[in-house]
Design a binder for this molecule. Structure first.
Ligand code: IPE
Ligand code: IPE
Ligand code: MG
Length: 250
C-alpha cells in the first residue's frame, strides 16, 4: 500500500494575500547586457537604473512593503575608476529625481551601507532624498550602496561590543534580536525572497544575515531586461514554495 503524494497545483495568478513583504534584488548583468549590444558598460548601468523604476512601480502596486536592491557592493571598488565614476554619477542623478518621483508614489527611500566612503556631494543628496521622502507610507526602496553583508555584521558586532564594554548589556545577553537591531534593515520586515538575475548563483555578500530563511530565485535574464512578468513569475514561484522554517508540516 502506498499513499499518493498530494501535489501542489502551480498557480498562474498571484495570491494577493501572500505577497512577499520584503524582496531583495541583486541587480546583476548590466555589463553583459551592454556588451551583447556592443555598448559601453555604463550604458548597461543606465538601462539597469531605468529598469529599477519600472520594477519599483510594479512592486509598490502589489503592496510589497520593502524592496532592497543591491546597487554597489563593498567589492565593487575593485572596478576600473571610470566605471565607478559612471555608477556614482548615475546614483547622484537618480537621487536628485527621487523627491519628485517618490511624491506621487508615496514611496520612501532608504540607503543601506557605509556612505561615509562616498563624496560629500552624494552624502548630502542621500540625506536630502531620505528626508524629503520620510513621510511616504508606501513601499520603502532600500538601496544597498557600498554595502557588504560581512561589513554589516562586523559593524553590528562592534556596536554590541561597545554596549557591553559600557555596561549597557552583559555579553551573554547579546542574542539575535539584540544584534539584529544594529543591522541596516532592522526597521524592515524579514526578507522573504531574494532574486538574482544574470545567471549567477551566489549572494556576492548581499544580505548575509537577512538571507537566513529567505527564498531564492535565479534567472538568466540580465537585470535591464528583467520585466514585471519576470517579477510576477518569481513571486508566483515563491508562493508555491513550502516554507517550513525548520519545522514540519503534518
Ligand atoms: C551589476 O551589473 C551592477 C553592479 C555591480 C554595479 P554588472 O556590472 O556586475 O554586470 P555584469 O555582471 O558584468 O554583466
Ligand atoms: C553584485 O554583483 C553586486 C551588485 C549587483 C551591485 P557583482 O557583479 O559585483 O558580483 P560578482 O562579482 O559577480 O560576484
Ligand atoms: Mg556582475
Amino acid at each position: 500500500m502506498f499513499f499518493k503524494k498530494k501535489r501542489k497545483i502551480a498557480k498562474s495568478e498571484l495570491d494577493m494575500n501572500n505577497i512577499p513583504k520584503h524582496i531583495g534584488v541583486i541587480m546583476d548583468g548590466n555589463g553583459r547586457w551592454a556588451r551583447r549590444r556592443g555598448l559601453p558598460r555604463r550604458a548597461g548601468h543606465k538601462a539597469g537604473a531605468d529598469n529599477l523604476e519600472r520594477i519599483c512601480d510594479y512592486c509598490n502596486s502589489l503592496g510589497v512593503k520593502a524592496l532592497t536592491v543591491y546597487a554597489f557592493s563593498t567589492e565593487n571598488w575593485n572596478r576600473p575608476k571610470d566605471e565607478i565614476d559612471a555608477l556614482m554619477n548615475l546614483l547622484y542623478n537618480y537621487l536628485l529625481t527621487v523627491e519628485e518621483k517618490f511624491r506621487n508614489r508615496n514611496m520612501k527611500l532608504q540607503i543601506s551601507g557605509d556612505v561615509t566612503a562616498l563624496t560629500k556631494k552624494i552624502q548630502d543628496a542621500i540625506v536630502h532624498a531620505e528626508q524629503v521622502t520620510s513621510s511616504g507610507d508606501g513601499m520603502i526602496l532600500n538601496i544597498a550602496l557600498n554595502y557588504g553583508g560581512r561589513a554589516e555584521i562586523v559593524n553590528a558586532a562592534q556596536k554590541a561590543a561597545a554596549d557591553a564594554a559600557a555596561g549597557r548589556i552583559a555579553a551573554d545577553d547579546i542574542d539575535e534580536a539584540y544584534l539584529g537591531q544594529y543591522m541596516y534593515t532592522s526597521n524592515l520586515p524579514e526578507v522573504d525572497l531574494i532574486i538574482r538575475p544574470s545567471g549567477e548563483k551566489r549572494l556576492s555578500n548581499f544580505l548575509l544575515w537577512q538571507a537566513a530563511y529567505a527564498e531564492f530565485w535565479y534567472s538568466d535574464i540580465c537585470w535591464p531586461d528583467f520585466s514585471n512578468d519576470d517579477m510576477k513569475q518569481a513571486i508566483l514561484d515563491y508562493q508555491n514554495r513550502d516554507r517550513r522554517f525548520g519545522g514540519v508540516k503534518i
